[in-house]
Design a protein. Sequence first.
Length: 598
Amino acid sequence: MGNQKNAFWGFVIVMVGVLFLSALVDHRRSIERISYSAFLKRVERGDVAKVSISGQDVTGHFKNGTQFQTVVGQFTSDWSVLRAHGVEFSVENQAHQIHWWFLLPLLLLCGAMGGIVWFIIRQTRGSGGGQGGNVFMMGKSKARMYVPSAIKDTFASVAGAQEAKEELQDMVEFLKDPKKYERLGAKVTRGVLLVGEPGNGKTLLARAVAGEAHCTFLSISGSDFIEVFVGVGAARVRDLFAQARKHAPCIIFIDEIDAVGRHRGSGQGGGNDEREQTLNQLLTEMDGFQTGGGTVIVMAATNRADVLDKALLRPGRFDRRIEVPYPDLKSREQILTLHAQTVKMDPSVDLHKIARGTPGFSGADLANLINESALIASKTDRKTIIVDDLENARDKMMLGAERKSYMMTEEDRKITAYHEAGHALAILLRPTYTDPLHKVTIAPRGAALGVTHYIPEREKYSKTKEEFLASITLALGGRAAEELIFGQVTSGAYSDFKAATHEARSMVCRNGMSDLGCVVYGQQQGDFSYSQATAEKIDEQVHKIITTCYQDVCVLLRENKDKLDSLAHALLEKETLYAAEIYELLAITPRVDHRFNA
Ligand code: ADP
Ligand code: ZN
């Protein structure tokens, strides 16, 4: 794309140069322009050898060989002076007076315009399969197409990212043998949304799926659809899907889908028409999958899933969402190991230690780290990369990027570990009323420092008072652990408090689970409105519930401080722990109530 632009400007510059030169050459044909009086004088002096007359233009040669040109008065027809001085002359028919070199600049101009038009066509056609078609081909998608033999990536090229790979395995199976799924009557997800910060391997994963399934890979960026001309984006989408169906089995990969998929009517200036048309076309094409549509899968990447239009996420469209988070400790080590294979790493380098020292690095950052260290090592006379090189490379990268997550200190990690351990224990020690724990991690993800995941147990139609209290307790577990261990508290528990407050309010205002009794309180104005006095009573009740739960979880954690310590230490060591590992570590009997085969 950049290359094509350069070529285009290069072409324009050359053309302008040619035009300029040709004009110059025209003036410099070493023709002497002289006045009519000077001409007559030279004739009388006998300097002139030969003239040719065409209308008012007179050209000719002096005896010394120089060419000259002059213009005579409109009605001069008396050429006797020439004859008198023995000048050889000829009079030409006026029709021949246009000299071909006057046409030259015009021809060149036409050539230049033609060239520009040709480049515009090439530009809009893109480098994808641009064969045949209509003249202007504005709609031709700009997708880059990779045939199966050109795709070298497989799941083996993606280190870590275990969960994402497992989830994508289905897609691979489907692309390999769609008939199998049809036979079983299974509906296969055709749209996968890969969500994660840049550099964590979304593109790599998508290409790896194509590599595993030996299918065609069509790659395009969401911003490629956005054009000035209304309708072009939609035409490109149509063309993209047509191309995909032609090359099925095929994966369409749309990077930065938020460029087209932004929630409609989110109004950024006026001209949203084009984007909306493009988005609508995309939705239409995806709906077409339900009625056949070949073995085509659409994978889209974004780090802003929150801004996407809800219509994109409906069943039959991008209904599978796969997180591609920053790699945790184990994944970082695996990524480093993979990329270290392409360089000469000294055997003394312990990549586990390097992984520990790079929290918050993305996969691309880690690949870059290895590459930088190789560059640094190549400036020495050593044959291999040693720890110092990696250290220097990391310093260089951290200076370059003001990324907060890089700056996570050991102290921050420790606080985060206890905070998350606090949440986790609040779940584990109150098993009856909480959802089962899935995993706990202190690997930084964007803004959040750590996350405790639990699996929502079942579709809940009703929730008991105990369950409400347990979820408040669980939300407050993080802060309680911090206070218990460090005797001080940090910011960053805002979303926990928000969740706790929300639950408590809903107990009081909607579910009749407080001293205020079985009443519904809505907004302060409108339906089920309430007075200022009642507002104060509600606040009082919410406060009471939260305080009680907080005291409760403090007691719980204090009584289980040994468990809190060992869980926090394990998190500092491993960064991510799955439920099974935690059960084992803390010698807690796993819950059986949700197993299918229990
Ligand atoms: P994204 O699409 O999420 O922005 P990419 O897939 O373009 O990220 O990743 C950029 C590069 O970072 C890859 O080409 C690869 O070299 C490296 N990388 C990222 N994640 C991984 C991973 N899990 N394993 C190996 N390399 C990775
Ligand atoms: Zn928390």
